[in-house]
Design a protein around this ligand. Structure first.
Ligand SMILES: [Zn+2]
Length: 454
């Protein structure tokens, strides 16, 4: 038997479907896989149900779908694969820190099925040659799907490549790599080009003028990394952007929002992401050294509370890891200024937040883990609904365990979340193919594909 609602819209997905009708013998056999469990549905409800997969896509939702194989996950939670719009996989340039193979393996083990890679690789993703080289590397090694953020070079030549990339990243403040843009007229041109190409532009929002004004506060003591990058630098950058973006029609996305001041200046038309490290650690952790140094820096408990509130009510739409691996040796230096900024996090993105789900509500947290699909126009990602790619992960919320470095697949070889309670997925699937089963990586033969807005 199949139910008569073969096509379920996002609005009524999961609603009890109409009268059952008899399927032909042929129909019965066509679906490749049936998945059952407690499903996170597009309308935000979590309900016992099932879906059928054919050719890598979800084709049908309902309690009585049929297929060649059935994976019944019982009371476990089945959710769309998370989308991490902010990873630095160091490929090309620093394979000792990460590449698309190790980085996407970490992603899959954390339930992430699509990553968007940042352009501050070596060389940076400014040219057609660099874009094609990165695409070839990722296509050969990635075991989850991937998008590529284009960088913005100082002449704006890269803007012509926007239709071939997933999106663009612009740095308004200096951080790893030298991709800083100070010229707001160029930013305006980028926003106009992105609007025409229907691409979202991501901003690292720390005003360089503000950072320069506070540079004297920086010493080789780690806590000064936070005081030398105060909250007003974030607010000033977002304010300047609101001005630059005015009337361009561009979609502006603020990376790693970290302060109450930045949040207060966030234009209603902008979207923003938040990272687990800004939600879970305050700036006192910088006393422990380089493993808590990243940009923007860790903030005050009041900022953390403001981020949680904004995540709960949707002013912050989206989660992101800002996965930025560096070697343990680099992070162990006693001299704060010579320690590179950034921490790994793609494998722990949703797992370390699931134990805190009551703070925002489980449906809201899960929605934030897939919101990047909407923000970046990835129309086949981010929902368990007919027509979508069958990218999903399975969680047993009753089985948290501590984060352990030995279980991290990133070449970084360490994690700032060591020892924190986490819920890792038992299974991760990409377009219907298992990449993780019972917590173990099985995706050697699974290859991710490039994604961009259609
Ligand atoms: Zn970043």
């Amino acid at each position: 038997m199949v139910f008569s609602c073969m096509r379920v819209t996002r609005r009524d997905a999961g609603r009890a479907c109409g009268t059952p009708k008899r399927a032909s013998g042929l129909d019965r056999a066509v679906n490749d896989l049936v998945v059952k469990g407690r499903l996170f549905l597009p309308d935000g409800r979590i309900e016992r149900g099932g879906f059928a997969v054919k050719g890598g896509r979800i084709v049908e939702l309902g309690a009585h779908v049929s297929g060649a194989r059935t994976a019944d996950h019982g009371e476990r939670l089945v959710v769309p694969g998370a989308i991490d719009p902010h990873v630095h996989f160091r490929d090309p340039g620093h394979p000792e820190k990460e590449d698309f193979g190790s980085g996407t393996r970490a992603a899959a083990l954390g339930g992430v099925t699509t990553v968007l890679d940042m352009p501050n690789t070596v060389p940076p993703t400014f040219t057609r040659e660099a874009l094609e080289d990165k695409l070839a590397r990722a296509s050969a090694k990635a075991c989850v799907d991937f998008g590529i953020h284009l960088g913005l070079d100082e002449k704006g030549d890269s803007l012509a490549l926007l239709p071939e990339a997933t999106s663009m990243k612009v740095y308004l403040g200096a951080t790893t790599g030298n991709l800083l843009v100070r010229d707001m007229a160029l930013v305006r041109r980028a926003l106009e080009a992105a609007a025409a190409a229907r691409r979202t532009v991501v901003f690292h929002a720390e005003s360089q003028a503000c950072l320069d004004a506070h540079a004297d506060l920086l010493t080789d003591e780690y806590p000064t990394h936070a005081t030398a990058r105060p909250d007003r630098c974030e607010a000033e950058a977002i304010e300047a952007l609101a001005h630059a973006a005015d009337a361009t029609g561009a979609r502006v996305h603020i990376a790693h929002l970290s302060t109450a001041a930045g949040l207060a200046t966030l234009a209603r038309s902008f979207t923003a992401e938040v990272c687990p490290h800004h939600l879970l650690f305050d700036r006192d952790r910088l006393r422990e050294g380089g493993r808590f140094k990243m940009n923007p820096p860790l903030r005050t408990p009041e900022d953390m509370q403001a981020l949680w509130s904004a995540l709960a009510d949707g002013r912050i739409a989206c989660l992101a890891s800002d996965h930025a691996p560096h070697t343990p040796h680099e992070k162990a230096t006693e001299r704060a200024r010579s320690c590179p900024a950034g921490v790994p996090g793609v494998q722990t993105l949703l797992p370390v937040l699931l134990p805190h789900r009551e703070r925002v509500g489980l449906p809201r947290l899960l929605d934030a883990s897939v919101a990047a699909a909407r923000i970046f126009g990835l129309s086949r990602k981010g929902a368990l609904a007919p027509g979508m790619d069958a990218d999903f992960a399975v969680y047993d919320l009753d089985a948290p365990r501590p984060v352990r470095t030995a279980e991290m697949a990133s070449r970084a070889g360490w994690t700032p979340f060591e020892g924190l309670a986490a819920v890792f997925p038992t299974h991760t699937y990409l377009r219907g193919a298992a990449v993780v089963e019972e917590g173990a990586f099985v995706g050697e033969n699974v290859r991710g594909r490039f994604v961009k807005p259609e």
